[in-house]
Design a protein around this ligand. Structure first.
Ligand code: SAH
Length: 227
């Protein structure tokens, strides 16, 4: 996957992501324009590479966020207005905000972190913008603490869309069990820092599961919290 979309501003970054074909959908483009990465990345927010955010975590590269959105958007669109979205490993909170922009005014979007300080960081970052603060105040976006390998049975517990932002050793059973039928799961799977690939897992209305291997990545591991 190309890392060549760096730019001096959020608008120019989004323009580069569109020109590279990484963002194809007009609504996705609008959402990327509406959420400024400067609220979420402590330095060089418009570089097309991951940035450290503390506690061993990173905000993923813009091209990875674009890929996640492009793969999850069809299910977000096809779901009912009260679509339910879980963002495991919410980290900076950037993608949680982006997914909330795309999911519409009746959606519930939950960002899940196993590091309490990162749960708080995601929420604080989102409060920096008027739109982010409004989403939080409405209760449509919530940041929670928990182990993403167990999914998130709280807040109603059944999800139309699950995004996992850290590399899992396997497709953990609770994630699949908590995925609605139909539903879509975007999850990097592999060794801690070795052979990792993103999988898109689609569950159809009958509950049948189809797994598609998408591309190689290097993500922070979905693991126990740091000491
Ligand atoms: N989507 C985030 C990615 C953050 S990096 C962003 O772009 O900002 C991956 C995150 O997964 C880290 O914040 C890390 O703390 C979190 N994480 C790792 N293992 C986890 C687990 N078992 N449960 C929940 N979160 C986890």
């Amino acid at each position: 996957m190309a890392w060549r979309c760096s730019a001096p501003s959020n608008a120019a970054l989004v323009d580069n992501l569109c020109r590279s074909g990484l963002i194809r959908d007009a609504a996705a483009r609008d959402a990327f324009l509406a959420v400024d990465r400067a609220d979420y990345a402590p330095a060089r927010p418009y570089d097309d590479c991951p940035q450290l955010i503390g506690h061993g975590a990173t905000i993923s590269a813009p091209h990875m966020h674009a890929a996640a959105v492009e793969h999850l958007l069809p299910r977000l669109r096809a779901a009912a207005a009260d679509v339910r979205v879980l963002d495991v490993g919410s980290g900076s909170g950037y993608l949680t905000h982006l997914l909330a922009e795309l999911a519409g005014p009746r959606a519930l979007v939950v960002g899940l972190e196993h590091v309490p300080a990162l749960r708080a960081l995601g929420e604080a970052n989102m409060r920096k913008s008027v739109t982010g603060a409004a989403l939080l105040n409405s209760g449509r976006v919530r940041f929670r603490v928990g182990d993403g390998r167990r999914g998130h049975p709280g807040d109603g517990g059944a999800w139309d869309v699950i995004h996992v932002g850290a590399a899992a050793r396997e497709v953990h059973t609770p994630l699949l069990a908590q995925l609605r039928a139909p539903g879509c799961l975007f999850i990097p799977v592999g060794d801690d820092w070795g052979d990792q690939h993103v999988w898109r897992i689609d569950k159809d209305v009958e509950g049948r599961v189809e797994r598609t291997r998408l591309f190689g990545v290097r993500y922070v591991a979905l693991t126990d919290p740091p000491e």
